[in-house]
Design a protein around this ligand. Structure first.
Ligand SMILES: [Zn+2]
Length: 289
């Protein structure tokens, strides 16, 4: 599942490749993935020039000339692959990064000026591309409720205010809630709780402001480390030895490491359920208070 750093990796790639290009055609292979009337596709999207690629939480926004914006959510298995003057892909990592496109996972094909093509692939079809007037994006209910961005500005004042709204809730459930902080999914929740030495099931009321400060620092660090490792892009998907790799291997301390030794103390990493999600943590470093 692409999380904030993966979506930011998609944004950075698209920002370099598609801004300034004109959309010359849009082929919709799955209506669910592009819930936009064909007349609007032809009238508003086709012929528009791409002005900017932005991100809020795990959503991407492609601003078009004519004051419209494509709002994109990759959900579980969405990816963007660019073919033409560059070969690039990012998002959910799988072999569609490498093979001939379109393939069975291709849902939308956006043809761009200069004989370039952007493929929206999404095996499980939970992702989508929607169209809104640019001025309406910030007022959408899902946008208005979102907590602060972890990697932009100083999220601490908003973060602490929003965390304290849930004194009886587990800290993991609280940070997975997108109204507390934007973009934290299961992987970065577990990584940041390990960095902060907090048991995932601890109730918020049992945590001090210092604990929560360490946790926010952990969220920022794990996401920054992931971005520095390049996120899940086609370039990182195949390792030097030709095997398919998971870029998370480079920095993850607990994700996918159940029964392996804690990188800090050597105790085995355990797997439990918290907030309805598979949760990996170190029972020695992250004691329940
Ligand atoms: Zn440990």
């Amino acid at each position: 599942m692409p999380e904030l750093p993966e979506v930011e990796t998609v944004r950075r790639g698209l920002d370099k490749l598609i801004v300034g290009k004109q959309i010359v055609a849009v082929d919709c292979l799955c209506e669910k993935s592009l819930p936009i009337a064909t007349a609007d596709v032809n009238k508003i999207i086709v012929g528009a020039t791409i002005l900017a690629v932005r991100r809020r939480a795990k959503m991407l926004m492609i601003d078009l000339s004519g004051n419209y914006t494509l709002l994109i959510h990759l959900k579980m298995t969405g990816q963007m692959v660019y073919r033409g003057e560059a070969n690039w892909g990012a998002g959910h990592p799988n072999d569609s990064f490498l093979g001939n496109l379109p393939d069975r996972s291709t849902r939308v094909i956006i043809r761009l000026s200069g004989d370039n093509t952007l493929f929206f692939n999404d095996q499980r079809k939970f992702g989508w591309i929607k169209l809104y007037p640019t001025t309406e994006i910030d007022d959408l209910p899902t946008m208005r409720k979102l907590g602060p961005e972890p990697l932009i500005g100083d999220p601490w004042p908003e973060f602490i205010r929003r965390v304290r709204r849930h004194p009886r809730l587990s800290i993991k459930a609280t940070i997975l809630d997108q109204t507390t902080i934007a973009g934290v999914g299961n992987i970065y929740a577990d990584e940041s709780l390990w960095l902060a030495k907090i048991h995932p099931a601890t109730k918020v009321e049992q945590l001090s402001d210092d604990d929560l400060k360490r946790l926010l620092d952990g969220i920022k660090k794990s996401m920054a480390d992931s971005l520095a490792a390049g996120g899940s892009t086609a370039r990182n998907y195949v390792k030097a030895d030709g095997t398919r790799g998971d870029y998370l291997d480079k920095f993850a301390a607990v994700y996918n490491r159940a029964n392996q030794p804690c990188l800090r103390c050597g105790h085995d990493i355990a797997k439990i359920r918290v907030a309805g999600r598979g949760t990996q943590y170190c029972p020695n470093c992250q004691m329940l208070q």
